[in-house]
Design a protein around this ligand. Structure first.
Ligand SMILES: Cc1cc2nc3c(=O)[nH]c(=O)nc-3n(C[C@H](O)[C@H](O)[C@H](O)COP(=O)(O)O)c2cc1C
Length: 208
C-alpha cells in the first residue's frame, strides 16, 4: 500500500524557509524553461532564466510570465522591458542548461549574462533585443500589460507574440512543436531541469 504525506496550510507555513521554497516552487509540476533576453535603453544586453511563462490565449497570441517582487534587488529584465517594451523568449537546450541556470545569478547591470554565462546571442531584422543563439525556439515579444498582484508583490507581465522563430525540424506538419526532437528542457522548482519525452497525443475530446 502506498503511503501519502499530507501537508496542511499550517504545516507548510511552519516548514524551514528553504524546504518551503523547494516544495512550493516545484509543486505545480514541470514548467516551461525560458531565457528572457532584453536590452536597456543605453544598449546593455541582459538574459535571465524564467520558469513561469504561461499561455494566455491564441487569438490574439498572448503569453504571460510572473516577475518576483523587485524590492530587494533591481530586476534588470523588468526595467529593460518597461523601458523598451520588448523582450525575447528562448528555449533551454540540454547542451547549455548549466549556462542557462547561471543567468539567475545577481549580476550587476553593467555585466551582460550573455558574456558572463557564455551564452552566444544573435539578432533578427526588425528587433533590437538579443536572442539566445543556441535556442531552437525563439519568440519576439511585445509588452501589452503589467499587472501588480498585491497579495505577494509579484507582477503578471502580459505580452504579445510579434514573431516566432523555430528550427525547421522541430515543427511538425500539424504545426505542433516537437519537444522531444528539440531536446529543450522543462524546469521543476528553482534548480532541477528535466528532459521531455512524448507520451501520447489524443484527438479533441468530446463528451460522447
Ligand atoms: C530555474 C529558475 C527559474 C526562475 N524563474 C523565475 C520566474 O519565473 N520569475 C522571476 O521573477 N524570477 C525567476 N527566477 C529568478 C531570475 O532568474 C533571477 O532573479 C535573475 O537574477 C533575474 O535577472 P535580472 O535581474 O537580470 O532580471 C528563476 C530562477 C531560476 C534558477
Amino acid at each position: 500500500m502506498s503511503i501519502k504525506i499530507h501537508f496542511t496550510s499550517s504545516d507548510i507555513e511552519n516548514l524551514k524557509k528553504v524546504d518551503k521554497i523547494n516544495l512550493i516552487n516545484s509543486i505545480t509540476g514541470i514548467k516551461a524553461g525560458n531565457l528572457i533576453g532584453t536590452v536597456s535603453p543605453n544598449g546593455q544586453y541582459n538574459v535571465a532564466v524564467f520558469s513561469s511563462v504561461v499561455h494566455l490565449g491564441s487569438s490574439p497570441a498572448l503569453l504571460g510570465f510572473i516577475l518576483r517582487p523587485d524590492d530587494e534587488v533591481p530586476r534588470h529584465t523588468y526595467l529593460n522591458i518597461k523601458a523598451t517594451g520588448k523582450f525575447s523568449l528562448n528555449s533551454i537546450h540540454a547542451d547549455f542548461a548549466q549556462n542557462a541556470h547561471q543567468t539567475s545569478g545577481k549580476y550587476p547591470a553593467e555585466i551582460s549574462e550573455f558574456e558572463a554565462c557564455d551564452l552566444p546571442m544573435c539578432f533578427y531584422p526588425g528587433h533590437d533585443m538579443p536572442f539566445v543563439a543556441g535556442s531552437e525556439r525563439q519568440l519576439a515579444m511585445r509588452l501589452v500589460d503589467d499587472m501588480f498582484i498585491p497579495h505577494n508583490g509579484t507582477r503578471l507581465i502580459v505580452a504579445a507574440i510579434d514573431e516566432i522563430i523555430l528550427k525547421q525540424d522541430i515543427l511538425q506538419s500539424n504545426f505542433r512543436v516537437d519537444f522531444e526532437q528539440s531536446q529543450e528542457l522543462g524546469i521543476a522548482g528553482l534548480n532541477s531541469y528535466y528532459q521531455l519525452k512524448h507520451e501520447a497525443s489524443f484527438p479533441y475530446a468530446r463528451p460522447e
